[in-house]
Every structure is written in C-alpha cells, then in structure tokens.
Design a protein around this ligand. Structure first.
Ligand SMILES: Cc1ncc(COP(=O)(O)O)c(C=O)c1O
Length: 481
C-alpha cells in the first residue's frame, strides 16, 4: 500500500476522495476533465479496485464527479460553475458617520421567528453542532465542581481554555501563550473591547466594503467612523486603495476579516497579508483581525491568521466558537498583543467576568471531545451546503447575477441586476416567510442595494429549496419592474 495514503486518519477511500476533492478545488482537475479509470486509479494509488470505486462513489455523492455511460468518470461542470463572481462595486471610499443608520433590528427580530426560513443570520443548523455531547459534559462538569460551578470566571478567563487555545494557535500559524489570551463573551465582545482599546470616540476605522454588519453596529455605538475600502472576491482588501486612503485620512485602526470573509468568502493570500502588515506597520496602525470563520475551510489546510505574520504586536486577534460549536455559549477570545493590559482593564470594567461552565465545557471538548474529527465533518457539510445553495440560486435567480464562491464559511454573496432593490426584496421575502440579509446591511453608507447575503448553515431541505425558488421569482419580478 502507498505509504502517504495509509498514514492519514479515517477510512482509506475517504482519504482518497478528500485528496481528489482538493485537486478539484484547486483546479488541478477541472470541470469536464476525465478522471483516471477506476482500475488505473487503484493501480496508481496501490489500493484495491473496490477502495478506488468507493472513493469515486464518495465524490459522486458529494456532487463533484459524474459517471457517463461507457466513458468513465468526469469532473462535474455545473451551471453554478459558470456563473460570474460578484464585481463588488463600491463608490469611492469616504468616511461615514453611522449616527443615522439602524441596520440590525429587523434581521435580529427575524432570527427569533421559527416560522421563517433562516437565510438571514449567518447561523448553522443547531443539528449540525454537538449540542447533546456538550450538554452532557456541562452536567458532568457542574456535578464535579459542585457549589463552585456558580463562581465567576475572572479575567483573563479559564486557564484550561486558554491552554487549549495556545495549543491550537500552532494551527493558525501562531505560537501564542495561554497568558496572551483573554476569554470574552463571544467574538462580539472581543471586537468591541479591541476597538475600545485602540480607538477613542470620533476616530476613523478602516473596514472592508462590504463588511460584517455587527462590526458596523459596534463602530456606530462606540461613535467611531468607518472608512470602507473595496475588496475583490478573490483576494480581499484592495491594498493600493488602502495605501491611498491612509495617505489622505488619519486612521486609528483597521478592522478586517481576512479569512473566509463575511459576506464574500475570500481568503486574503499570504503575500497580501504580509504587505498589509508592512503598510500599517509603517504608520503604527493596529489591525483588529476577526478570525471567526478561520477554521471553516472547505478544502485543504486552514489558512494562517494575519497574526501569524505580525512581528510588532500590531494585530489584535478576535474569534469565538459561535460558528463551529455553540453560538449560545458565548465563548470567544481576544489576543490583544500590545493592548493586552488595556483589554484586561476594559473587560473588567464592562463585564467583570465570564460564565464559568461554558468555557470549561468548550475546553473539555477541545481536549477530549474529538474536535478535529468533528471539524473535518463540519467543513464537508458546510462545503456541500454552500455548493447546493449555489446550484439552487443559479437555477432560480435572474440571468446575469454574480455569485461568490467562498473558499470556506457558509454564506453566499449574491449580486442581482442593478435595478433590484434588496431592501424591497427583503420585505417581500419576509411576507413570504423567508429571512434574508439585504446588501445595505453590509455597507456603512447604505451601498450594495442590489446585493444580498444568503445563509447556507442549514441543509438544502425541500423547504429551503422552495424558499430559494420563491426568492428567485421575487427577484425576477423586481428585475422586470
Ligand atoms: C464576522 C463575524 N464576526 C463576529 C460575529 C459574532 O460572533 P459571536 O456570536 O461570537 O459574538 C459574527 C456572527 O455572525 C460574524 O459573522
């Protein structure tokens, strides 16, 4: 048997299928390419014919190859492969004051309505998460702690969780120490502490355009101004535009999502991560890195964090377990570099402590719960759900749309014909029992009016499929009117 194959975890056929999938993902095998015959593949990989067949059948189930009668297996060229990437046109960057915008209310209200098809908030189906296992662990930890389970978890927060984070940080390209982490109430608190630590009211913060709407809300409440810089759907932030803006504006910080950006899904390539740090390093501008989707690569390896390239302690890394374990546990963290002591003081001032049990449960799951195995399955599931959503959207939406092809995470960014107003579509969709996230939420100045973001955190059930069909019909009507 081939030694490189035999040493990897999981059944051999799946390892082979994952490898081939990686090759399809990286375009080494392109849509329409003929795969080696099953026998040839078995010979090449020194495996049995049934194992090779099983690997191909797995790829077929994943929708990546198709068997053509008497011709063998071919890499599938789906209609979704042909759709163009979004152009992500932004007006020229200008500093925005948030005081007149109130984007989040309706989408939060929609989250609490079980009668809506949940394509709005970027949330996974709870059924995909190990809720029952975590609950059992919670009761066992609570029993063993007894009365102490009601104690505060004082900053910097659970030491065993910080040790687990330090160990995992090797995988992010960093080698952080437990003392470099502060546990927070989700990524939201991490972001807001980070912004408070590095900025003062009235300061200007560079954000990507489009960006995560929760970030724009925090900026607004902290009386910070946003300076949105255009991104492209492959490489992320336009660094030339960033340099120009930094020459013209006094900027206190950048707040970015370099890995599997929400909503567009790109990963900023490593050479760009380095160049970004050179640009901000010259001016000593801190970067707040939101890495909440970093673990959710669809293929290949997890991308390294911007923090992995940080030599000056300028990057404040923020993340949480909300997208991959338990959003309701509210366990997040910040590694604040130079601002560690300030973030500690702010954490104590604004929330004093964390809940004890959720941090311990997450840390136990990271240590003994089979987290890596679980993550491998979750990544596959998200990838498949995103692919199915792309197919469904291309099938039902008007011709000529742009659609993101995220390399990780579970949201899609869709650019509709310019005449479609996604706020109107949002209201019509709500009346039809569907929640979506309209484009202007992702822009501090109300741009992206013809765009929307779709959550792919739920499987493509007939209900979700019908919802996408209805959205497509509504979008077509708006495109005609
Ligand atoms: C990019 C990004 N950052 C932060 C958050 C919020 O994370 P948390 O639930 O951990 O506060 C979200 C949630 O959608 C997100 O998409």
């Amino acid at each position: 048997m081939h030694s490189t194959v035999s040493h990897e975890a999981g059944p051999l056929y799946r390892t082979l299928a994952d490898r081939l999938e990686g090759m399809i993902g990286s375009n080494s095998l392109r849509p329409g390419d003929r795969m080696p015959s099953v026998r040839q593949f078995a010979r090449q990989q020194r495996v049995s014919v049934p194992t090779a067949m099983h690997a191909y059948a797995t790829l077929e189930t994943r929708g990546l190859v198709e068997a053509r009668p008497k011709s063998g297996f071919f890499v599938r060229a789906s209609k979704a492969d042909l759709v163009r990437a979004p152009k992500i046109i932004t007006s020229s960057p200008k500093v925005t004051d948030f005081s007149s915008l109130d984007p989040l209310d309706s989408i939060i209200a929609a989250h609490d309505n079980p009668n809506l098809v949940p394509l709005g908030m970027a949330l996974p189906d709870p059924e995909l998460l190990p809720g029952e296992k975590l609950a059992r662990s919670m009761s066992s930890i609570a029993r063993s702690l007894g009365a102490r389970s009601t104690n505060y978890d004082m900053p910097p927060g659970s030491e065993c969780l910080r040790r687990e984070l330090a160990r995992r940080s090797l995988d992010w390209g960093c080698a952080l120490q437990p003392e470099e982490f502060i546990i927070t109430n989700g990524c939201t608190e991490a972001l807001s502490l980070a912004l408070r630590a590095v900025c003062s009211p009235g300061d200007t913060v560079v954000v990507e355009s489009p960006t995560y709407f929760g970030l724009t809300c925090i900026l607004r409440e902290l009386q910070l101004k946003a300076l949105p810089i255009p991104v492209d759907s492959q490489n992320g932030l336009d660094l030339d535009a960033l340099e120009t803006c930094l020459r013209r504006n006094k900027v206190a910080a950048c707040a970015l999502i370099p890995n599997f950006h929400n909503p567009v899904g790109y990963v900023m390539p490593e050479d760009r991560k380095r160049r970004l740090l050179e640009i901000v390093g010259k001016r000593d501008i801190p970067v707040i890195e939101d890495d909440i989707y970093g673990e959710l690569n669809h293929t290949g390896d997890r991308p390294r964090c911007l923090k992995a390239f940080d030599r000056d302690g300028l990057v404040v890394l923020c993340s949480s377990f909300s997208k991959n374990l338990a959003p309701g546990y509210r366990v997040g963290y910040v590694s604040a570099g130079r601002w560690h002591a300030k973030v500690m003081r702010l954490k104590i001032a604004y929330s004093l402590a964390n809940a004890t049990l959720p941090s311990l449960v997450i840390s136990e799951y990271l240590r003994n719960g089979g987290y890596d195995r679980y993550l491998r399955t979750l990544r596959q599931t998200y990838r498949q759900q995103v692919e199915r959503m792309r197919e469904a959207v291309v099938h039902s939406f008007p011709e000529g749309i742009g659609l993101s092809r995220p390399q990780g995470n579970f949201v899609l960014w869709c650019e509709l014909p310019p005449q479609v107003d996604s706020l109107v579509l949002f209201k019509q969709a709500l009346r039809a029992g569907i929640s979506i996230a309209p484009g202007p939420l992702f822009s501090p100045d109300g741009g992206f009016s013809n765009c929307l973001r779709l959550n792919c955190g739920y499987p493509m059930t007939p209900t979700v499929e019908r919802a996408v069909t209805v959205l497509g019909q509504l979008a077509k009507q708006l495109a005609r009117s």
